[in-house]
Design a protein around this ligand. Structure first.
Ligand SMILES: [Zn+2]
Length: 646
């Protein structure tokens, strides 16, 4: 971890005008600077930078923050990575805080592998330009139509056929043979070392920041025994499930166009770039993992898969799609014309026609699955019933409130196509949702020994199933506002309580926090307080072991721009807000959660009222309904606010 003093040094030194000026052309306008926004496409500048305040803000797309968030956003880095980037820029040496011996060892190996890989990538690039490289490697790339700029952009290379050319040079440069074996660049056989990728063309696999994490190597001569592609083995630096080929070269286009194409191979990515389609990554034939989705999710939620009819790799990727659905990805598929792969297709069509084709040919993942499944099932009733279940399961993954209309659309469509009754199909979808909620709850309970949190009060033990899963609240913002208020003001006094954190705990039911990261930070806060008898400082979170936590808390607290507790927009409510005092913030967010809870209860009451025949129970429900309405009105009156938007 980077020592807090070093972080401060970087923050003190970094000039926002200087840093932003590295990436965009700034023009002085009054006391500020303006430019065309680097985060969205525009022709007239709406991006403004204030040197005195040290912040930037785009009035077009809303992006804003300080010098660190700018680097994070623009270069797609985590908070510590951005600090390192800035330290590098200003030649500031960072002091690292104490690590455990294991961490130190891991870091050391990682760093050594990184240096070795960088050296190797240079060696292979150079070898491509030798006589042998030109004759063999270069002619292959030329045949694929790759331009010199493309070769450079992707750092393509060649490993000479002589058995140990790389090994000998690396040893002469002082690299350790054992490390070379670990990296997979070199292998040991009968006591002697040889180059693992000899006679192959080389595709360096770069991480988000451009570091060479590993290599893919393609054979050129036909050889029955040798595999066409070989890859770096898993090691401290390279993990197949955590990288996507092309991420470094594509990250900015993905963010800007708000869409990511997924293809199978290295050459697909490279050809598409050369053809002018730069928002593309390759999964390299594995099914999409959670880590890979997280990488993409930092940039966009729109994932479009390009596949050709008989592409085994894409079929593998398809298996990861349920996960993508549950992470609110909008997943689309595009079938390429017969006989084409993304590589040949874009070369033939060019970028513009490619985009047109994709736009017209997009199919959502559920319809796709339906179509394939129906074709395969034919008239077989067993296979068809299996398909019904599979599709219901997939649809059940779409259960965030903002995707609700989409889920409904899918249900209608699937029920019609599968020729089943819609009501029954909805029940089936709901069953999968419930199963998963149960399972999540169970594993959460198993995972943590935590104090019992009060459940939402249940009106009756019998009656229809609770509707909680379908009234999930979209207002994630408020959950982040809660986290921000807790971290910023948790230690401050609050009348009648030891402090703000105690007050919050008293008023808010953590079960209402739906965003898992927000809940994690929330619980972390109290766990820390309990363990150390003192509230965690901001630096505890900004240097948190999980980069997701660091990143989020930094953007929440440092800029205060990411979340705006503007209820008018997010909830149809107006409220007093500003920098007047923290009590307002605390109260405002607590009230929100109380209202949210009341909403849940009311929805449940309503759903029960509909089916209730028994007059006594009906009266109880009606009484409760009135009571909840009164409570709600009271909170709203207390806040001096307006109306609920339905
Ligand atoms: Zn913008």
């Amino acid at each position: 971890m980077i020592a807090q003093s070093s972080v401060q040094q970087v923050l003190d030194r970094a000039e926002i005008i200087e840093i932003v000026g590295q990436f965009v052309r700034l023009k002085k306008r009054g006391s500020n600077y303006i430019a065309n926004c680097p985060f969205h496409n525009e022709k007239t500048p709406s991006f403004s930078v204030s040197a005195s305040k040290g912040i930037y803000k785009c009035f077009g797309c809303g992006k804003g923050g300080n010098v660190v968030t700018f680097i994070q956003d623009h270069e797609k880095l985590t908070y510590p990575e951005a600090i390192r980037w800035l330290a590098d820029f200003y030649k500031i040496e960072l002091e690292e805080t104490e690590r455990s011996p294991e961490q130190k060892q891991q870091q050391l190996v990682e760093e050594s592998l990184r240096v070795l890989n960088e050296y190797a990538a240079g060696f292979f690039e150079h070898s491509l330009r030798t006589e042998e490289g030109m004759a063999i490697g270069m002619s292959y790339f030329k045949q694929r139509g790759f331009s010199p700029q493309t070769l450079e952009k992707f750092r393509l290379g060649y490993s000479p056929e002589a058995g140990d050319a790389f090994f000998r040079e690396a040893v002469a440069k002082g690299y350790n043979p054992e490390l070379m074996e670990k990296s997979g660049l070199v292998k040991l056989r009968n006591g002697s070392h040889y180059d693992a990728y000899r006679g192959r063309v080389i595709f360096p696999i770069q991480g988000m920041t451009g570091r060479v994490l590993g290599f893919g190597a393609r054979i050129l001569k036909s050889n029955d025994k040798a595999p066409k592609y070989v890859n770096s083995p898993e090691n401290e630096l390279y993990s197949k499930s955590r990288v996507l080929y092309g991420m470094f070269q594509s990250r900015q286009a993905i963010g800007k166009l708000d869409e990511c194409f997924l293809v199978e191979g290295y050459t697909d990515v490279i050809s598409m770039h050369q053809g002018g389609v730069e928002n593309v990554v390759a999964s390299s034939g594995t099914s999409l993992t959670e880590d890979q989705l997280r990488l993409i999710g930092q940039l966009t939620k729109n994932l479009t898969i390009l596949y050709d009819g008989d592409n085994a790799g894409i079929k593998a990727a398809l298996r990861g799609l349920d996960m993508a659905l549950s992470q609110s990805f909008n997943v689309q598929l595009v079938l390429l014309p017969e006989g084409d792969d993304p590589d040949s297709f874009v070369q033939r069509m060019g970028a513009e026609r490619f985009h047109e084709y994709v736009k017209a040919g997009k199919q959502d993942v559920i319809s796709f699955r339906l179509e394939i499944g129906m074709r395969e099932a034919g008239a077989d009733p067993v296979r068809k019933s299996k398909l019904v279940n599979e599709v219901a399961e997939s649809i059940s993954r779409i259960n965030k409130a903002e995707d609700f209309a989409l889920q409904e659309h899918y249900i209608k469509q699937a029920a019609r196509r599968l020729d089943v009754e819609e009501a029954g199909f909805i029940n089936l979808v709901n069953k999968y949702i419930r199963d998963r909620l149960d399972q999540e709850q169970r594993s959460r309970r198993n995972r943590e020994e935590r104090e019992e949190t009060p459940e939402l009060p249940s009106v009756e033990t019998s009656g229809p199933e609770p509707l909680q899963q379908v009234v999930v609240n979209p207002h994630e913002r408020q959950e982040w506002e809660l986290v921000r208020v807790l971290i910023e003001y948790g230690h401050m006094p609050y009348e009648g309580f030891p402090g703000v954190a105690d007050y919050i705990m008293d008023r808010i039911d953590p079960a209402l926090i739906e965003t898992s990261l927000a809940l994690k930070i929330f619980e972390d806060y109290y766990a820390y307080r309990k363990a150390f008898q003192a509230p965690p400082g901001l630096d505890y979170f900004t240097n948190h072991e999980e980069s997701a936590v660091q990143h989020k808390v930094t953007s929440l607290v440092h800029t205060g721009l990411e979340i705006s507790p503007n209820w008018k927009v997010s909830y149809g409510i107006e409220t007093v807000h500003g920098d007047m005092n923290y009590m307002n913030d605390v109260n405002s967010v607590c009230s929100y959660f109380e209202l949210k809870k009341l909403k849940y209860i009311q929805v449940e009451i309503l759903s029960r009222l509909k089916g209730e025949q028994d007059p006594d129970r009906l009266m109880t429900l009606l009484r409760m309904q009135v009571e909840m309405k009164q409570k709600e009105a009271e909170i709203l009156r207390h806040m001096g606010t307006v109306i609920w938007k339905q």
